[in-house]
Design a protein around this ligand. Structure first.
Ligand SMILES: [Fe+2]
Ligand SMILES: [Fe+2]
Length: 365
């Protein structure tokens, strides 16, 4: 049965496995003012048109990929798991090379799966921005971003399907975070949550994978996706900097609270339980051993990735004026959490110009 174009599920479980309905509370804005008055957004839009790439023609899908050979046995997460297997009473004490390799493949699959789901969330959010932002130059730009995110979703889905294997479901943490952005009545929250927070996280995660992999198809795919993402972050910074300059202190406080909430949640990310489930390991029994192993290493397996995330996020938030609004409310709290060390890292407003791998490849050929 079909109602208003939506396939009607036979049961509640069908809804959970085939699609999710999100109710947006924001107003759609139709504009009559077509004047191109925001020159930096015009430049960014023109750049986006010129840097579109083709997911079929620009990537060599015939590349032979063996996921087992891609496993990074020296990565920080794998080191922690190996240490945990040596712990007395560890449920993975009997593990050998075969099991560690299987874990590596599943972790890789889980990462690409979350990239794919996150990209679909970015596509929906960019489309929401097209509808809700009250500036014509921003609508035009968000339309190019919607296309970029469609391409990103598609290439990660295709890479999983052709080269890696069955996808994992979206992590509940990521799903909750993106759903909240799609439901919010304030148009700028979609920007702040996606362009500033999640895309900084994505740039760090993609960069982390790019540093670790030698697989040529994945490397090119990530380089191209990252070139697009750098523009998306710049779009968020340019728009919100102007918009936040006109907000009242209580309105800015809401945005500061939003960032506090999101960054604290990001810091508590933990091992994907589904990976361990697929491998038949009881994560509850393994957790104390993983924690002890991570303690021995004196660092979190996510430390490098977290650094990459905050090194992008904190300077960008500074550019928006949100660190210092309300007498430094966010500066004080992020300072207590040790995040201000990243304040003077390069912000990503101009990254998109230097990090355009599509243009570099085209200049070479
Ligand atoms: Fe993307
Ligand atoms: Fe993006």
């Amino acid at each position: 049965m079909v109602t208003a174009g939506i396939p009607h599920p036979a049961s509640d479980s069908d809804v959970a496995t085939t699609f999710k309905i999100v109710h947006d509370h924001a107003e759609r804005i139709y504009l009559w003012d077509y004047e191109r008055c925001r020159t930096q957004l015009v430049t960014l839009y023109n750049k986006a048109m010129g840097s579109q790439w083709n997911s079929v023609a620009d990537l060599d899908w015939d590349t032979d990929v063996d996921p087992e050979r891609l496993v990074d046995h020296d990565g920080p997460m794998m080191q922690v798991v190996r240490l945990a297997s040596d712990e007395p009473g560890s449920p993975i004490a009997s593990w050998g090379d075969r099991e560690f390799t299987a874990l590596g493949v599943e972790m890789f699959k889980a990462s690409i799966s979350q990239f794919m789901h996150g990209e679909q969330g970015a596509m929906l959010t960019a489309a929401k921005i097209v509808e809700t932002v009250p500036w014509i130059d921003a609508k035009y730009y968000a339309a190019t971003q919607t296309m970029d995110e469609a391409r990103h979703t598609e290439v990660f889905a295709k890479y999983l399907d052709l080269k890696v294997g069955e996808a994992y479901p979206m992590s509940p943490y990521l799903e909750e975070q993106i759903t909240a952005l799609l439901e919010d009545s304030r148009w700028d929250i979609a920007y702040l949550g996606m362009q500033i927070a999640i895309e900084s996280l994505a740039l760090a995660a993609f960069g982390d994978m790019l540093r670790r992999t030698t697989e040529p198809l994945l490397r090119k795919l990530l380089r191209y996706v990252m070139s697009d993402e750098a523009r998306h972050v710049a779009f968020g910074v340019l728009t919100l900097k102007e918009f936040y300059a006109g907000l009242s202190d209580p309105e800015l406080k809401e945005r500061q609270e939003f960032l506090l909430d999101n960054t604290l949640r990001n810091r508590s990310r933990s091992t994907t339980p589904e990976v361990w489930e697929r491998l038949g390991v009881n994560l509850h029994a393994l957790m104390p051993h993983l924690a002890a192993a991570a303690g021995t290493m004196m660092t979190s397996p996510y430390a490098g990735f977290q650094r990459g995330f905050f090194a992008k996020l904190v300077p960008n938030v500074g550019k928006l004026g949100l660190l210092d609004a309300n007498r430094g409310y966010l500066r004080e709290r992020w300072g207590e959490a040790g995040l201000l060390q990243f304040e003077h890292e390069a912000d990503t407003l101009s990254d998109y110009d230097s990090y355009d791998e599509v243009a570099k490849d085209r200049a070479r050929s």
